[in-house]
Design a binder for this molecule. Structure first.
Ligand SMILES: Cc1cc2nc3c(=O)[nH]c(=O)nc-3n(C[C@H](O)[C@H](O)[C@H](O)COP(=O)(O)OP(=O)(O)OC[C@H]3O[C@@H](n4cnc5c(N)ncnc54)[C@H](O)[C@@H]3O)c2cc1C
Length: 395
């Protein structure tokens, strides 16, 4: 029988007694929490979990928050937590799980995602980065990736590369873990519309990857990548937030604090956005309940779509409501931020940053295709390149 809420409360109290947050070093506390199986309770024992139902993580989190325990700052290590971890858990060898999951969860090792390329974004399976077997049974990788969030602070990357150009594009791809400290990895900042450089171009020149860092079978990388992408959409669109916790909370606060700026039209639009945000929030709760049954399905794409649309509409509303104040920008210096701060910055920042929401993690147009085909079962787009060898595709 799986572990219940009372037992989790007992174990959390035991952790807090052995490592009082007020006197324990942050990282020591996080390591102890992982070892106690209270990091992600639904993970297996020995890997930071207790094989408990996923929904019970909330019980542990509430106890730890009430006790003032440090957290692992999920915003800073979102790619590791949201995307690399579920993929390693599902496709990794025992050795890979033991090696990667603990420092990933504590944040001692940050991860990034080397998927997109200049010629392969929405059509990700068109990617051209090559991985070729070298004499030692490992792989040598050459190519270019782009829009790589957090590559400048990452220790590891999840990487997909082409290992068989003779196979059709979806079947010649293999999934690897790439060491970002390899001398062949060249990370260059790309400045965004916000003025910041959250992401980078990454050039891979003769990067050596041992075969022990392959995830899944050779040529099966597309299947492995699907797990990452499904989880990515939930990670972006499905974060647990309290009522008025996200951007709508900031807009509602503006409305309450600035009565002199109110108009009837803006009032109507704010109410509609508030209701839409609440619907999206509660749908997210339902999605999380579904998740307790296993891996996320294509429904996560719907959540990500709703999140992107709302973020853009609410941030647009706020700029309009604030008038000139909405156009001021707090800081235009080139920065390399630790994460995205949607609620702590100026309205102008929110407005500009929200533009990327409908692109990152899959564009809204492509997610609409996924919802149409895989949730609603509508006829799919014609795919003429499905059975053609990748090397014969026009580029
Ligand atoms: C802030 C940000 C962070 C990112 N971080 C990462 C990261 O860490 N790692 C990573 O690998 N990538 C990252 N990306 C890249 C992102 O995943 C890609 O930009 C995205 O998949 C779109 O690909 P593209 O830019 O090549 O656009 P394209 O694929 O060229 O799309 C251009 C336009 O055509 C539309 N389109 C394309 N195909 C179809 C179709 N079949 N039907 C209808 N419309 C279509 C698209 O929707 C879009 O409007 C990030 C992007 C952003 C903006």
């Amino acid at each position: 029988m799986s572990i219940g809420p009372e037992e989790l409360r007992r174990r959390t109290a035991e952790l807090l007694a052995a490592h009082p947050p007020a006197t324990t070093d942050r990282m020591d506390f996080l390591r102890a929490r992982f070892d106690a199986g209270l990091a992600w309770v639904h993970f297996p024992e020995g890997l930071g979990g207790l094989d408990a139902p996923r929904a019970l993580q909330a019980v542990v989190d509430a106890e730890l928050t009430a006790a003032g325990a440090p957290d692992n700052d999920p915003r800073r290590i979102g790619i590791g937590l949201g995307m690399a971890a579920p993929t390693i858990l599902r496709f990794g060898t025992e050795e890979q799980k033991q090696r990667f999951l603990k420092p990933l969860w504590t944040g001692e090792e940050v991860w990034c995602q080397l998927f997109s390329e200049p010629g392969a974004g929405s059509d990700l399976a068109a990617l051209a980065t090559r991985a070729v077997r070298d004499g030692d049974g490992g792989w040598t990788v050459n190519g270019q990736k782009v829009w790589t969030s957090g590559a400048h602070k990452a220790r590891w990357a999840i990487l997909i590369a082409r290992t068989d150009p003779d196979a059709p594009k979806h079947r010649g791809i293999t999934y690897f873990v790439c060491d970002m400290t390899d001398p062949g990895v060249d990370v260059r900042p790309l400045r965004q519309i916000t003025g910041e450089a959250e992401f980078n171009e990454v050039f891979l020149g003769d990067v050596r990857i041992p075969d022990a860092h392959r995830l899944g079978e050779v040529g099966e990388g597309w299947k492995v990548a699907q797990t990452t992408l499904m989880n990515e959409r939930v990670a972006i669109g499905g974060a647990r937030i309290p009522r008025e916790g996200g951007m709508i909370g900031v807009a509602a606060a503006d409305w309450r604090e600035r009565p002199e700026l109110r108009t009837h039209d803006l009032h109507q639009r704010l109410l509609r956005l508030w209701v839409d945000s609440e619907v999206a929030r509660l749908t997210g709760e339902r999605l999380r309940q579904q998740l307790t049954q296993g891996q996320p399905g294509p429904e996560g794409s719907g959540m990500k779509l709703a999140f992107a649309r709302l973020a853009q509409e609410i941030s647009g509303w706020e700029v309009e409501f604030l008038g000139e104040d909405g156009l001021t920008y707090d800081d235009w210096t080139l920065r390399r931020p630790e994460g995205v701060d949607f609620t702590g910055r100026e309205a102008g920042y929110r407005y500009l940053r929200a533009k990327g929401n409908s692109i990152e993690g899959g564009t809204s147009e492509v997610l609409l295709n996924i919802v149409a085909e895989r949730v609603l079962g509508l006829p799919s787009e014609p795919r003429t390149d499905k059975d053609v060898a990748w090397k014969d595709l026009p580029r």
